[in-house]
Every structure is written in structure tokens, then in C-alpha cells.
Design a protein around this ligand. Structure first.
Ligand SMILES: [Zn+2]
Length: 705
């Protein structure tokens, strides 16, 4: 290890040209000695115990990964991805979080939107990641933040350095820092297999020695672990173990082949691929966008022509068209984990491929608030290797909001207004419109937040449905979903009429799922011309077309508006529920809008940001009230329908004030500015981990049946 450390210490001092000349010399020397283990190491073909084979009887798995090392590599990402798409392939791109380049968010979005995967490559890529466990733990904290931010599932170290035991500190489903055989790597002990492997976390992994010498740290570690375990899938059987999947690369790296050994063709890739295919293994390639060039005739020995890669992919398609399982690493990890993590003593050897289908959840977004809510849920489910398909209804601003969050979705159905008959017809039309989507996508589960159309059509198509709800008084469904996930405060009250619906609960409120993600953006102050010293009031009129509309609510809203605009200090941001309501308010109450005392923001505004910049919120009910409460902004509800358990709970906790009469407006609403401080860590993510854990346990039931 000392020699390695020394190398990475002096490496930045040596010019690339000198380093490569020295490395090429040693590589050629080595090549003569390693021909019996490289590129093919025969014993690596041995299958893992109880290995059932690949899905759908495919002969072998084919996985493409890329490590982006430098700005030059970053500049090539789209081009490389486009080449793969053209030939029908998808890959994973691993980015360095704190290296010499910055990874643009829109590139991540573009990759994911096109079906690619994003992973984390090292931390700083300086060869120092594994210097000490303490340093590694510190880096792991940062790496885990990027894993979360990018919705990543996998990790690969720089220079294939590794300590597989320490990697348990990362919040990953798989690591890819190993290889079956590669004597040219600095840490050259291979994993010795062309199959995925399971790296089990030993219960005693944090050694007792450490616990004794640093009792406080150990306690901290323990609490961090228990929090983490809430996010790791809980295996259904007691015979399963916790840990991550190791995915070794099994095709030589492009850098080894073309830069170090200066190969003139891709024949070694083809030979190795044939051997892996013959042995039913996993062909996994790591190729760097840094070294590929799209020039027709590159005249440099620091790059290799894209033709080598293109021709290799074409060879695979021609020779093994229907025989290979082309899969993203996250999915391969999700597939192999339950197989490999079963204790061999308990394994029966009777596992069938059908037991491990690649799962897909269909989420229907019927309304604007569904988008921020499902955003962290989608990210977390994808991180766990579950496929997500989205549909969105073209109503209110649902699609505009979905675009704002960079969702890729199918736009299906529209809004049919307040007429009851039209609404019912609309429900049926949209349900029918959803059929082709559901038939094409074949989801394992349907998931919504009160989408009647999805629940309805899923029942007909026999797709098990989960509805997440947080208001128990909305009028009945045609058909009940199989599952409901409710806040504990509702779930405990057992309000169900239907005995067939199974209920699971989560702690806190729905808004706790996504409000902790929020960071304030002060650009809004200028956008809306909010002046220092004014009291900003955000007002949401009552819904006038919703099925729970109550006219009393409207009276309270009008009374408050009159009162608020008399106050010389106030600035009112009015948020009508739709264009029609806006037109109605503008024509009926022109005085409100004089001198911009009251404004209606143009286009979509980030609701949370607006609430954050408000001193108080007065709203006719709905999500906005609870978002304000979750943010700690004083909120007054003028909703006068039947008050839900969540709102009663919030009122009891003092996070929400219910306005029940005109007298309450005078007595309870204080028009003053508030101190805006924000502690991002104040809100634990129990709600999110509960919901995702519930979805996974439901999924597991349909998997085993
Ligand atoms: Zn690298």
C-alpha cells in the first residue's frame, strides 16, 4: 500500500506523457507473464451457488458503464450516449462529485430522461479515498449526499482502489470497483468471478475495539445505522442478509486496451465476450468518455476511435441479438441481490426466474400537488432499482409543474370542469384513455394520491392499486383500492367502510415527505416586488368546484381580503385555483388590485418558496395549509367542510389555526411579519422512509405470490 500512496502523492507532479511511457513499458513486461489469467481467467466462470440464470432464459447479461474523469470526458457524455441510443443501448455514467469538473444538473436530467443511469465515481478522484477508515467515513458522508442528490444507486472508486468492508458506509445498492481479472490495475487482486457477488455486512462490522476506545462515536454510528436501515430494503425472509451487490467489470477497460497496451483492434473485447456468453456470465464494460474520440482518423495515442466501440456493440447485436440481457447495473443489482443474499444453508435451489421480475410502478399525477409529493418517492424507489412510469393529467398546472420537476411522463386526459355529469363522463373518458398505457407498461403496482381514474382502471385491469391519502372525508370511490397508505393520525381512526382495503400508515404528514427538500430562493422577492417592511400574506381562495365546497368558506375569504387590504403594511399574493376563478375575482373586486396591493403571480410559482417568503398564509384548505405548517409559517384555514384528522392534529399541535367564524378573523389572525429562519435538519424523514418501506413490502407480496 505504501508504494501506491507514494505514487498518488507524486503523480500530480509528473507530466502525463512521462507517466504513460513508463506505464506502457511495465505493462508490456507484465503482459508476457499474465497470459494465463488475462484477459480470461478460467476459474472465474464458476457460477455462484444456486444461481438460477438470467431473466427470461437469457444466455448472459450485458452491462455498459462509464467513468467520467475530466472536463473533456464530460464534454463527450451526450455524444457517447447518443451513439448508444442510436444502436438501442443504455448505460450508466459515473460522475466525480468533487473533482476537477462540475456535473451540470441538466445533464443528469437529460441522461435519466433518456433512460440512462447516473452513479457516483469516487469522491475527489485523487487516489486518497482509502487512506484511513476515518477519512473514508468523512468522504462517505459527502458521497452519500451526492448519491441522494443524483438519485444514484451505485458507486465506483477511482483507480479501482477498494476496501469492500468500508463500502458498507455508503448508501448504495451496488459497488463496481472490482474486476474478475485485471493485473494492470494498481490494486490488482481480482474478484475472480464473472458473476455479481454479494458483500454481506457483518453484524459485528463496527469492531468492539473501536466501540471501546471511542464510545461516543460508536453510539453516533449506531444511530446513523438505524436511520440508514430505514432506507434499505427490508428483505422479506429471515434468511436474507444485508449488504450490497458487487459488480465486477469483466471486459478490459478501454484505457488498458487502447492506451496502455496500444491495441489496434477490439478483438480482445470480442473474444472475452464470446467466452462470457458461453459461460452464462455478466459482460460488464467500463469505458471512459475521456479517451474516446469521434474524429474520423485520430492522430494521437492518447485517444481511441469511437469505431472500436461502435463496431463492438454492432458485433454483440449481430451475434447475440436475442440471447443477451441488456440491463442497467442498478437493475442487475436489484435482480441479483435477493438471489445472492439468501443464506446458502437455507437456499432450496428451486428459485425460479419468474420470482424475480423487474418491477415497475405506475404513478398517476392527477393534480399539481402530486408532483412535489411524488418527487422524493420516485427518486427513492428508482434508487432501489424499481422502474417508474408516470402519467399526468392536463389539468390545473399539473403538466407545467411536472416539466418544472423534469419528470418524463405521458400526458393523458384533461379537466372537465365543475358540472357533475361532465365530471363523471370525464372520469370514464380518462380511464379509457389510460388503458393503452397500462397495457403497454404492464406495471406490477399502480400508485396514486387519490386518482380515481387510475384506481378505477387498475381494478378493471387487475393491477393492484395503492392510494396514499391524507383526507378521510372525500366522497366515495367507485371502487376501493387494494391498499391505502395513510398518516398515522387517520389510520388509527379506522374510518373505513370498505373491508377489502388493507391499510398501512406513515408517521407525520404527507408534506413531511418533500418539504425537507426545500431551500429558499430569494430571487422571488424581486420577481414579485416584495419590499422590506411589508407584511406578505399569501391567500388561497376556497375551491369552488371541488366536491367538498362549502359557501361559508367563501364568506370568510371575502371578509379577510377586505380586512387585509385596509392594512397599509400588507402585500397580498392571491393564488386563484384556476383561470376562471381569477377572472371572476378580477372583475368582481377590481379595488383589490389597485396599486398592486394584491397581485396574482404570472405562470407557475414554486409554492413552497412563496410560502417561505410569506409572513402568514390564509387558505381555504388543501395542501397549501399543511405545507405552510410543515415550514413553520403561521397558517389560518378558512376551510369549512368537514375538518380532517390531519388538520385537527395540526391544530392540536399549534401548527395550524382553524378559522370558524367572522369573529375568529378579528381575534385569531394577527397581521405581523415573522422571523424567517430555516433549519433544514429539523425535520426527520420518517414519513418518506415509512411510505417507501410500505410500498416495497407491498411489492414483495406480489413478487412472492
Ligand atoms: Zn476514474
Amino acid at each position: 500500500m505504501f508504494r501506491l500512496r507514494l505514487y498518488y502523492f507524486i503523480k500530480p507532479l509528473l507530466p502525463w506523457g512521462l507517466r504513460i511511457v513508463v506505464r506502457r513499458y511495465f505493462a508490456r513486461q507484465k503482459l508476457k507473464k499474465v497470459s494465463h489469467i488475462w484477459p480470461i481467467n478460467e476459474p472465474a466462470a464458476k457460477k455462484p451457488d444456486n444461481w438460477p440464470g438470467w431473466p427470461d432464459g437469457k444466455q448472459f447479461a450485458f452491462v455498459l458503464t462509464h467513468d467520467v474523469e475530466t472536463q473533456k470526458g464530460l464534454d463527450n457524455v451526450r455524444r457517447l450516449a447518443e451513439l448508444e441510443m442510436e444502436l438501442g443501448f443504455r448505460s450508466s455514467f459515473n460522475f466525480i462529485p468533487e473533482g476537477e469538473y462540475e456535473t451540470p444538473d441538466d445533464l443528469i436530467v437529460w441522461l435519466k430522461g433518456n433512460g440512462f443511469e447516473v452513479g457516483v465515481h469516487d469522491h475527489r478522484h485523487d487516489g486518497k479515498l482509502y487512506t484511513s477508515h476515518k477519512a473514508f467515513r468523512k468522504a462517505a458522508e459527502r458521497i452519500n449526499q451526492y448519491i441522494d442528490k443524483w438519485g444514484a444507486t451505485g458507486f465506483r472508486s477511482g483507480f479501482m482502489l477498494r476496501n469492500l468492508d468500508w463500502l458498507h458506509d455508503l448508501n448504495i445498492q451496488y459497488d463496481a470497483s472490482t474486476f474478475d481479472t485485471d493485473p494492470f490495475e494498481p490494486q490488482n487482486d481480482g474478484l475472480g468471478t464473472i458473476f455479481p457477488a454479494f458483500i454481506e455486512k457483518q453484524p459485528s462490522q463496527s469492531s468492539s475495539q473501536e466501540r471501546q476506545s471511542r464510545p461516543r462515536d460508536a453510539a453516533e454510528e449506531e444511530s446513523a445505522e438505524s436511520e440508514l436501515s430505514a432506507f434499505t430494503p427490508r428483505p422479506s425472509g429471515s434468511s436474507s442478509r444485508t449488504g450490497y451487490v458487487e459488480l465486477p467489470y469483466t471486459l478490459p477497460q478501454d484505457s488498458t486496451l487502447f492506451l496502455l497496451l496500444q491495441e489496434k483492434s477490439n478483438q480482445i473485447w470480442k473474444d472475452k465476450l464470446d467466452w462470457i456468453a458461453e459461460n452464462g456470465g455478466m459482460a460488464l464494460l467500463n469505458l471512459h468518455p475521456d479517451y474516446i474520440t469521434f474524429e474520423k482518423n485520430p492522430r494521437t495515442d492518447r485517444k481511441f476511435s469511437y469505431k472500436h466501440y461502435r463496431e463492438f456493440l454492432s458485433y454483440l447485436k449481430k451475434e447475440y441479438n436475442n440471447d443477451h440481457w441488456h440491463v442497467l447495473p442498478k437493475k442487475l443489482a436489484a435482480f441479483s441481490k435477493p438471489i445472492l443474499s439468501i443464506n446458502s444453508s437455507n437456499a432450496t435451489g428451486s428459485q425460479k426466474i419468474e420470482d424475480y421480475p423487474v418491477e415497475k410502478i405506475w404513478i398517476d399525477l392527477e393534480n399539481t400537488p402530486h408532483i412535489p409529493f411524488f418527487n422524493p418517492i420516485v427518486k427513492e424507489l428508482e434508487r432501489r432499482g424499481i422502474d417508474i412510469s408516470l402519467t399526468a393529467r392536463d389539468a390545473y398546472q399539473t403538466c407545467a409543474m411536472a416539466d418544472l420537476y423534469n419528470f418524463s411522463y405521458d400526458k393523458i386526459g384533461k379537466h372537465y370542469g365543475k358540472n357533475k355529469l361532465l365530471k363523471s363522463i370525464g372520469l370514464i373518458i380518462r380511464s379509457l384513455q389510460l388503458i393503452p398505457f397500462a397495457l403497454r407498461e404492464k406495471p406490477t403496482l399502480a400508485l396514486n394520491h387519490g386518482s380515481r381514474t387510475q384506481t378505477f382502471i387498475s381494478k378493471i385491469l387487475r393491477i393492484p392499486t395503492i392510494t396514499i391519502m391524507d383526507y378521510e372525508h372525500s366522497s366515495g370511490y367507485f371502487l376501493q383500492p387494494e391498499w391505502e397508505i395513510l398518516p398515522e393520525v387517520i389510520g388509527a381512526n379506522n374510518f373505513h367502510k370498505s373491508k377489502t382495503t388493507k391499510v398501512l400508515t406513515f408517521s407525520g404528514i404527507k408534506e413531511d415527505v418533500y418539504v425537507p427538500d426545500f431551500t429558499p430562493d430569494t430571487a422571488l422577492r424581486e420577481e414579485l416586488d416584495l419590499k422590506n417592511g411589508s407584511v406578505v400574506i399569501t391567500v388561497r381562495p376556497p375551491a369552488t368546484e371541488a366536491h367538498y365546497h362549502n359557501p361559508e368558506s367563501e364568506t370568510l375569504f371575502l371578509k379577510f381580503m377586505e380586512q387585509a387590504r385596509q392594512n397599509s403594511q400588507t402585500k397580498i399574493i392571491l393564488l386563484p385555483r384556476n383561470k376562471r376563478q381569477e377572472t371572476h375575482l378580477r372583475t368582481s373586486y377590481p379595488d383589490w388590485f389597485k396599486l398592486s396591493k394584491t397581485i396574482i403571480p404570472k405562470g407557475v410559482v414554486d409554492g413552497l418558496n412563496l410560502l417561505w417568503h410569506s409572513d402568514l398564509v390564509v387558505s381555504g384548505g388543501g395542501t397549501m395549509n399543511r405545507e405552510a405548517a410543515a415550514l413553520g409559517v403561521p397558517v389560518f384555514s378558512t376551510f369549512r367542510g368537514e375538518i380532517g384528522a390531519v388538520d385537527l392534529h395540526l391544530q392540536k399541535e399549534g401548527r395550524l389555526v382553524l378559522i370558524e367564524s367572522e369573529k375568529d378573523i378579528d381575534e385569531k389572525i394577527e397581521i405581523v411579519s415573522r422571523k424567517k429562519d430555516f433549519n433544514q435538519n429539523s425535520n426527520p424523514r420518517r414519513a418518506l422512509s415509512d411510505i417507501v418501506g410500505n410500498i416495497e413490502s407491498i411489492l414483495a407480496q406480489y413478487r412472492s405470490n
